[in-house]
Ligand binder design. Sequence first.
Ligand code: PMP
Length: 396
Amino acid sequence: MDLLREKTMRYDAPQRAKAAGIYPYFRAIESDQDTEVIINGKKVLMFGSNAYLGLTNHPKVIEASIAATKKYGTGMAGSRFLNGTLDIHLELERKLANFMDKEEAIVFPTGFMVNEGVLGCLTGRDDYILWDERDHASIIEGLRTSFSTKYKFRHNDMASLEKQLQRCNSHKVKLIVVDGVFSMEGDLANLPEIMKLAKKYNANIMVDEAHSLGVLGRKYNGKGVCDHFGLLNDVDLVMGTFSKSLASIGGFVAGDYPVINYLRHNARTNIFSASITPGATAAASAALDILKAEPERVKHLWELTHYTIKRFKDLGFELGPTETPIMPLYVRDNDKTFYITKLIFEEGIFVNPVVSPGVAPEDTLIRFALMATHSIEQVDYAIERIYKIFKKVGIL
Ligand code: PMP
């Protein structure tokens, strides 16, 4: 008897969803990836992307990627540590460190691997990691590989964080790690209060800027949530990804020289994995240049965001505390969330269902996300269709 086959055959949730015609995953895009994509030969409006600045098909980003591929080749046959470092990796690291106002930055294969690798090696057996219960899966993965004591605190709950800080040995490292913008709900970490507690208890802070890079920041600078609160200098470590606003793949972490130097030589997800391709490196670098040069993109994204949040709220949608282009439309039922996603897709609109175990079963939602390249007309069309569907299904 093949035990592995038997075990995996018991996992039949996808087959059941397929049989019911509501399976929403792995929908293949057959076109470029701006606000309108082709799926199954049909035009679909994209409201499920994390490319908040809409740079994935920007001619300058594509040209930079092609030029780097021509010059350096298609892949990197080794990790950054050994034969996998190019001059353009170092240049990108310098640019990122400058952009994030930090001494040093290091590029990893993905953002996921930043969180996993950093948390896995930075704190030791006697140290502590304090984490928000809604932190991203990659942070949770990092916690699993760390030998430190991990204390979870309730989402954005400062009393809960303080209680956990009080349990720590004051002479040991205490690293607080939070998503800057929470990826499903779109709300911000309460960094000003976290900072006060960090100072009071001599703790360090790491912020995940995956969904805030290219989105938040003063004067539409896109530096992220730490800059938004004027706290970039006080936060010890900021990590970000190239897979969202920066139109590529890869991740980075920036901070003081000794910390980044330690990570360069100890983070296993970077040392034992190949570095990002020349094309991906050049694309991220070109996208960062555009972000710096064109704050009007970020500004437009915010105009759209304020407009859309207001419209959804006026229509009675339950949106939670989002303040960003990530809009959770709560459904609070797994099957209904799948069914609504299907109905929305039939209207030519792509949104993402977020169901358990990604969120608690009573917190399931449709994740509606904006890009700077969306037009008001596209947003209006989507809102009207989604409103009719929520009404039909009895959510509104
Ligand atoms: N952190 C957060 C908050 C994320 O949402 C993601 C990606 N969904 C990551 C990290 C991982 O980034 P990457 O796609 O570069 O692996």
